[in-house]
Design a protein around this ligand. Structure first.
Ligand SMILES: NC(=O)c1ccc[n+]([C@@H]2O[C@H](COP(=O)([O-])OP(=O)(O)OC[C@H]3O[C@@H](n4cnc5c(N)ncnc54)[C@H](O)[C@@H]3O)[C@@H](O)[C@H]2O)c1
Length: 314
């Protein structure tokens, strides 16, 4: 049984905690948050308000970092120097130079490190990556991705409202889609972007050229309280793949709906592809890397560096 600790019991932690509880080979033994009240629903865990005390008292195999972005490098490095494997929420950092620093500490201390770039583990996005790789419907010609939300006004001490700490929409939201594109298609050859930034509002529109495949991305923090939504549309030579309102469908020239073969084999929904749990998939993958002593190379440091550089250029 691998012993897991989680630090930062805020917004995203509620997506991680049930995954650790569900796995049969991990035990979430300890939580840490500077605000004790954040942990009031977890009376079965050992709860700490100070990270050093947690590290002194616990023998952890894995630390899951769900802290505000500006704390990721410092806490990841501290834990890895104690010999603890670290999985960390995105982004790894706002600074490109931190990527090499963090991976060097992991290597020196012989531990695993991975940034939880969840779309790489999200069924519907993995499905598109497979189509790009296997060319089942021909070459990818174009695409459109949206990630639309309100300003996250629930964050600890309003850290999201400080661009130095959060990086605003590029590092909060657009990073997901860009990271997926760099993972699936490599480095873009051309980038054109437009941005409208105001008080707790930020909107970016970016057009990428990936060697002839044009992908348009939109990411927003609106003041108007819209519901969160993440969608995409990809045009291959022989089919269009559309993910909208949580449903993924494939249309060929006859208008037929096709589905992901993997899912059909498992007798799952044959009309739309089932919603995934990308968070469970990413934490499962990382846990397996720790158990099997393999480098978690599904998230590569050089791709993380590329993404940070692009985000700063928008
Ligand atoms: N992958 C995703 O889909 C996704 C979604 C949301 C957020 N995130 C990422 O997760 C991270 C956290 O975001 P959030 O929305 O949960 O933020 P949040 O502000 O809601 O939660 C952060 C928590 O950390 C605690 N904290 C702050 N400083 C601390 C310290 N020094 N020691 C211990 N605890 C401390 C706060 O009390 C708070 O409970 C961010 O980096 C964000 O980019 C990822």
């Amino acid at each position: 049984m691998l012993k897991v600790g989680l630090i930062g019991v805020g917004g995203i932690s509620v997506a991680h905690i049930p995954c650790w509880e569900k796995f049969e080979d991990t035990e979430l033994v300890a939580l840490c948050d500077v605000r004790l009240e954040q942990m009031k629903n977890y009376s079965d865990k050992r709860c700490y308000t100070d990270f050093d005390t947690m590290l002194e008292n616990e023998t952890l195999d894995i630390l899951d970092i769900c802290l505000p972005t500006y704390l990721h490098p410092e806490y990841a490095i501290k834990a890895m120097k104690k010999g603890i494997n670290v999985v960390c929420e995105k982004p790894i950092s706002l600074k490109r130079e931190d990527v090499k620093k963090i991976y060097a500490v992991a290597e020196k201390n012989n531990v695993k490190f991975m940034v939880a770039q969840v779309l790489r583990f999200w069924d519907e996005y993995e499905f598109v990556k497979e189509l790009i790789d296997n060319k089942k419907y021909g070459k990818l010609l174009s695409g459109s991705m949206q990630r639309l939300n309100i300003f996250p006004d629930w964050s600890f001490e309003d850290w999201m409202a400080d661009e130095e700490k959060s990086g605003f929409v590029p590092f909060d939201l657009h990073i997901h889609d860009l990271d997926f594109l760099v993972y699936a298609l490599g480095k873009p050859t051309e980038i054109k972007s437009f941005r409208s930034k105001g008080q707790k509002q930020d909107v970016i529109e970016v057009l990428y050229n990936f060697g002839g495949a044009y992908i348009n991305c939109e990411a927003t923090w609106y003041k108007g309280k819209i519901p969160f939504n993440a969608n995409f549309r990809f045009q291959f030579e022989e089919a269009a793949v559309i993910y909208y309102a949580g449903k993924l469908n494939v249309y060929d020239q006859n208008g037929k709906i096709e589905t992901d073969d993997r899912k059909q084999q498992k007798n799952e929904d044959t009309i739309g592809i089932p919603k995934s749990n990308g968070y469970a998939n990413e934490l499962r993958y990382f846990t397996d890397c720790v158990k099997n002593d393999t480098f978690p190379d599904k998230v590569k440091p050089e791709e993380l560096e590329e993404v940070i550089s692009i985000l700063h250029s928008l």
